[in-house]
Design a protein around this ligand. Sequence first.
Ligand code: NAG
Ligand code: NAG
Ligand code: NAG
Ligand code: NAG
Ligand code: NAG
Ligand code: NAG
Ligand code: CU
Length: 254
Amino acid sequence: MRASILSLFAVASLAFAEDAPVVANNPAGASYLAKLPTKEGSALQGSVSAVSNGDGKGVLIAVAIAGLPKEGGPFMYHIHEKPVAADGNCSSTGAHLDPYKRGEQPACDPKTPQNCQTGDLSGKHGNITEQQFSGSYSDLYLATNPSDLSYLGNLSIVVHLSNKTRISCANFSVIAAGVSSSSSAPVSVGTSSGYALPTGGHNGTASATATGTNGPTGTPISPTSSTTSLPSSGAQKLAAGAGALAAGVAALML
Ligand SMILES: *[C@@H]1O[C@H](CO)[C@@H](O)[C@H](O)[C@H]1NC(C)=O
Ligand SMILES: *[C@@H]1O[C@H](CO)[C@@H](O)[C@H](O)[C@H]1NC(C)=O
Ligand SMILES: *[C@@H]1O[C@H](CO)[C@@H](O)[C@H](O)[C@H]1NC(C)=O
Ligand SMILES: *[C@@H]1O[C@H](CO)[C@@H](O)[C@H](O)[C@H]1NC(C)=O
Ligand SMILES: *[C@@H]1O[C@H](CO)[C@@H](O)[C@H](O)[C@H]1NC(C)=O
Ligand SMILES: *[C@@H]1O[C@H](CO)[C@@H](O)[C@H](O)[C@H]1NC(C)=O
Ligand SMILES: [Cu+2]
């Protein structure tokens, strides 16, 4: 009896796996930032930001990563379904954000992004094939609206080697919760539960980005503290910074 109920359930959940809908009601000006932690002996650094698109449909993702290892690519990165535990161990982030339960297989086809796990950023938008990468793109299936199943604001980013080893991870933090388009009311995101802004001079960045200018050319929100900042303008500067940091990557494996 029990077994047959379980297998019925398995069949049902397969049958009901559905495409992800375009997220249409992201709050205006909502902005989140995940800043990868720097580690002794590793050149890896970077950030991923997610800002509501101007029309409220989906988000603009901006990625700036440098100091990836020479070996072990191409690199994948995803939004995972849980935050990073306080000890920083990336195992704690669980699987990919996948509220529509399509699972890992078959692999995401970037031509049909609605059929990918909503957290599968590199599946939908491309792996990182160099030791550094900087770019931004729109993703229509991710939410800055806390009531949407694909809300990313209390989740995390994980960067992987090609063999899935997790080499870095970070919580998203709220920079600005935004204003709901339906009610014009500021959105509440429960700042008591781990939404602390990254320490170290983020206040200036936050006020600069909270105004919600997010055209397709928007540059990644870069940390402004002197020890951890990535160059914020231009791939050349990023590449130069990455080159200077490229030594001593071998110790990176976790
Ligand atoms: C993954 O690849 C890295 C670098 O190529 C290697 O050091 C590590 O042992 C591999 N891990 C697994 C689980 O295969
Ligand atoms: C993130 O926040 C949403 C909305 O408040 C909530 O439904 C979800 O359970 C939270 N997820 C985690 C992993 O805390
Ligand atoms: C990530 O966020 C969770 C919950 O919001 C918090 O418990 C955890 O300490 C944070 N992790 C890190 C590495 O800051
Ligand atoms: C991280 O957590 C996993 C699973 O609990 C554990 O096997 C691993 O040893 C931990 N890694 C570190 C560096 O503590
Ligand atoms: C990204 O890399 C992974 C691991 O090597 C591979 O399985 C996957 O097909 C790659 N994805 C794309 C879109 O090239
Ligand atoms: C950022 O602003 C908050 C509130 O205005 C203040 O308490 C905090 O000290 C500021 N942090 C920095 C690094 O300036
Ligand atoms: Cu992942």
